[in-house]
Design a protein around this ligand. Structure first.
Ligand code: URP
Ligand code: ZN
Ligand code: ZN
Length: 465
């Protein structure tokens, strides 16, 4: 019998994509999946360097995190991790592709911001893609968008809030949408109406509630609803697709669903913290550790948002990873307008969502793959290279143990911070082995640093069907 050398065989597990789930063997060579063999098909003629026994495990596509902020200066603070530490934390948590944002500092040209980010990306341990970002009142939107596309970036982030730093008006939203249509790209929007945010903040100042304990009242749900409605109207006028990052209420998800029913290609992302944590965190001992925009919502809203996820109304779950430590968070906690906002989460996204929605029986593993891998890959123009397990796709595999129960402790994590918003939470369903382009990078809870082997993923046309 002719023996065929291959790099890796993963056998005995249940392979799951967003389309199917079955016992199967994954055969890997040169960093790619070369074949999938049905259960019972002999592998005797294969000569692998390594066999992984996945008995009792789910074999999922490596997770794709569509929303990470790495080494980003926002206001007075810079997030603490580098591409090295963020990507290692991602791998430890089962995420094999991260997508960062090239956010310009005030006055910086968006293409310069992208160039600088791509230099930092060279340190990445996992593969990565990039969103461009346009802020303020740019003069040559089509030129900037073409520049992004030539550099391999077809998703552009806009903020309708953060005055004087990042905010854009609806005119710029429309111009970006129109320009992105030319390159089959997608507009990503942080949608909160800035006037409503600023008036809520002014009221909080008057009532002495502008500190972290008062966070929930400073960015009302109505601000999200008004901005989402306005951006959806722009998408409808231009006929362009739109993706809303970090949606925090069922109300805004429903606006997106209604727009889809009218034929607008609109997409919802939410984050683990909006799906499991609630605003009671702002009454605790360290409210500042939970300050993010939009803020955590009341428990009833969290439950309603979870129902929307169960019904299939969410497209993706991103981490909105922002790695500040407890000292940075505490430094300006008396005024949420100048606090560093955002939560660390690239490493906890997979186990927290598996536990809350799959282990609890609310969604299937297939739906989990859609939310955490396949849809983020499609909506970043990197599918099917990423986001699935199929012949020709990159061999990014997450072997998840559904019976592994652990308590989240920041000290056990690899993120460049000393706290986790999920500290003390018991979670079932953890990565057991992680494979990144054919390399085993995590097993037996030990991370093997592969070095700076992550590659920048040039985005193709974004899939919006
Ligand atoms: O609070 C958050 N989400 N901070 C990060 C920046 C952003 O708005 O995504
Ligand atoms: Zn945002
Ligand atoms: Zn963000």
């Amino acid at each position: 019998m002719q023996r065929q050398p291959v790099d890796l065989i993963v056998e005995g597990g249940t392979v799951v994509t967003d389309a199917w789930s079955a016992p199967a063997t994954v055969v890997v060579s040169d960093g790619r999946v070369v074949s999938l063999l049905e259960e019972g098909v002999s592998t005797a003629e294969l000569e692998p360097d390594r066999r992984l026994d996945a008995t009792g495990l789910f074999v999922l596509p490596g997770a794709v995190d569509p929303h990470c902020h790495i080494a980003v200066p926002l206001g007075e603070f810079v997030t603490l991790d580098s591409f090295e530490t963020a990507s290692l934390a991602a791998l430890a948590g089962g995420t094999t592709t991260i997508v960062d944002f090239a956010i310009p500092t005030p006055g910086e040209h968006p293409l310069d911001a992208l160039r600088s980010k791509l230099v930092l990306g060279a340190e990445s341990r996992c593969d990565y893609a990039m969103h461009g970002c346009i802020a303020g009142t740019p003069t040559d939107v089509p030129g900037i968008v073409r520049g992004f596309a030539d550099a391999g970036v077809r998703t552009v982030k806009l903020f309708t809030t953060y005055r004087d730093e990042l905010m854009v008006g609806v005119d710029t939203v429309e111009r970006v949408m129109t320009a992105l249509q030319e390159v089959s790209g997608l507009t990503y929007v942080h949608a909160e109406d800035n006037d409503l945010v600023e008036s809520a903040q002014a009221r909080a100042v008057e009532s002495g509630r502008i500190d972290a304990h008062g966070m929930a009242g400073t960015r009302p749900m109505a601000a999200e609803e008004r901005a989402v409605a306005e951006v959806l109207a722009a998408a409808e006028r231009t006929g362009s697709p739109v993706y809303f990052v970090h949606q925090s209420t069922a109300g805004v998800v429903d606006l997106v669903v209604q727009a889809r029913l009218r034929g607008v290609p609109a997409f919802t992302e939410s984050c683990p913290h909006y799906l499991v944590l609630d605003e009671s965190a702002y009454s605790g001992e360290h409210p500042e550790r939970f300050v993010c925009c939009p803020p955590l919502r009341d428990r009833a809203t969290v439950e309603e948002l979870g129902q929307r996820l169960e019904r299939g109304f969410l497209g993706t779950v991103g981490s909105d990873h922002c790695c500040y430590d407890s000292k940075q968070k505490a430094l300006r906690s008396s005024d949420v307008r100048i606090m560093p906002n955002g939560l660390p989460g690239v490493e906890t996204r997979v186990p927290v969502i598996w536990d809350a929605f799959v282990a609890s029986g609310r969604i299937t593993p297939q739906r989990f793959v859609a939310l955490m891998s396949a849809n983020p890959a499609r909506l970043n123009g990197i599918y099917p290279r990423k986001g699935t397990i199929a012949p020709g796709s990159d061999a990014d595999l997450l072997l998840l143990d559904p019976s592994d129960t652990r308590v989240i402790r920041a000290q056990d994590m690899h993120m460049e911070t000393d706290y986790s918003p999920y500290e003390g939470r018991e979670v079932t369903g953890w990565p057991s082995v992680v494979v990144s382009r054919g390399r085993v990078v995590m097993e037996d809870r030990r991370l093997h640093d592969p070095g700076a082997v992550g590659v920048f993923l040039h985005a193709g046309p974004v899939t919006v069907e």
